[in-house]
Design a protein around this ligand. Structure first.
Ligand code: SF4
Length: 367
């Protein structure tokens, strides 16, 4: 199940059943997709669509919107009609919104069995509606809202309890011959997420949605997610990911994309290789790297740009990259594909890199 065009050392994926979230295949060897949730009120259709556009530009494949009220459910058809990526409705507490989401044309519905009272009584109807509309269901189990019966049985939200909850709900759908399912078992602790997904991967062939829930502020949360997803994806486990950070969803998507690119599971767009700096520094490397990152934000061509702080490793790394700068003595030596093309004052380094990148880009397109 290795995909063509990816890093030669990219992990081999666990075989799994494939579902389709709109036009995005999930599982069955499909590329690992990135998803997140909007943070705008779902009833504010224009704001939600603007956020979906920004999220899509950052590399998101699938978007999920919360449906906490009837007004939110009413907004779904207008969001679905204009969203450039498939929309999943996220439903807690009210099973009737599941039917509204399916009627609205949502590409999938996420249900949290622990938060829907008498959910089991509604499964036959949900399975019937989802089958008719060919809409997959995500069973999303969260440690914070685990079925009280399982919490009592296991004492806490252990990996076994999370998996038992998910498989129990899946089996209820299976009783109605419904298998268009993906599963998520989420916890705030990365190693619990790893243990739970390993168990789940052995116990079923459903595609798995990975998430460290409530992972925290951006820096901590991105690291927790990268650790858990890195371990699991390196073992071939995981078909779609969501990085949950207390920050703009665009940043969540960028983190998810970087995780997949680091694992060789998604082709790189743009990579900045920059040195951390040390006592040999001859330029403010942190500021320079941040300026280069900002200048190249959204740059559509897959270039590697080296930003180096002195002549020790600078020329070597700069030569390995598509474009690079080796800084020193108030100047920057600009490299393009291994050759020094010019030397510019420090204040002109970012402009020079951008100019060279733009010159390089059309020839890449033509290749
Ligand atoms: Fe230090 Fe130079 Fe290496 Fe940067 S490139 S970490 S400044 S030795």
């Amino acid at each position: 199940l290795a995909l063509p065009g990816l890093h030669p050392a990219a992990p081999v994926r666990r075989p799994s059943r494939q579902i389709h979230v709109g036009d995005v295949p999930v599982g069955g060897g499909a590329p690992v997709s990135v998803q997140t949730m909007t943070t705008t009120p779902t009833t504010d259709v224009d704001a939600t669509l603007r956020q979906i556009a920004a999220i899509t530009a950052a590399g998101c494949d699938i978007i999920r919107v919360a449906v906490p009220s009837a007004d939110d459910a009413d907004a779904l058809p207008r969001i679905v009609a204009k969203s450039p990526i498939p929309v999943i409705a996220d439903i807690h507490f009210q099973p009737r919104y599941v039917f509204a989401a399916i009627d609205a044309g949502c590409a999938a519905v996420r249900v949290n069995p622990g938060n829907i009272k008498k959910f089991d009584d509604r499964i036959a109807d949900i399975a019937q509606a989802a089958t008719t509309a060919r809409v997959p269901i995500r069973i999303g189990v969260n440690a914070g809202s685990l079925d009280p019966r399982l919490l009592a049985e296991h004492g806490s939200a252990t990996p076994q309890a999370l998996v038992a909850s998910a498989l129990r709900e899946a089996s209820l759908f299976e009783e109605h011959s419904f298998r268009d399912i993906k599963i998520a078992v989420k916890h705030h602790d990365p190693m619990t997420v790893v243990a739970a997904n390993r168990l789940l991967a052995r116990a079923c062939d459903y595609p798995l949605h990975l998430g460290v829930t409530e992972a925290g502020p951006a820096f901590q949360g991105a690291i927790k997610s990268a650790v858990a997803f890195g371990i699991l994806l390196a073992e071939g486990i995981g078909d779609t990911i969501r990085v949950s950070l207390s920050t703009d969803p665009v940043e969540q998507v960028k983190a998810g994309v970087h995780i997949l690119q680091s694992l060789g599971l998604r082709p790189r767009r743009l990579e900045i290789v920059s040195c951390p700096g040390c006592g040999r520094l001859q330029v403010d490397i942190h500021r320079l790297a941040a300026r280069v990152e900002a200048a190249f934000d959204g740059f559509p061509h897959p270039l590697r740009i080296a930003v180096m702080g002195c002549v020790v490793n600078g020329p070597g790394e700069a030569r390995e990259a598509d474009i690079g700068v080796s800084s020193g003595n108030g100047k920057g030596q600009i490299f393009v594909r291994g050759e020094v093309v010019r030397t510019v004052p420090e204040s002109k380094i970012v402009d020079a890199l951008l100019e060279e990148a733009l010159q390089l880009a059309p020839s890449d397109d033509a290749a």
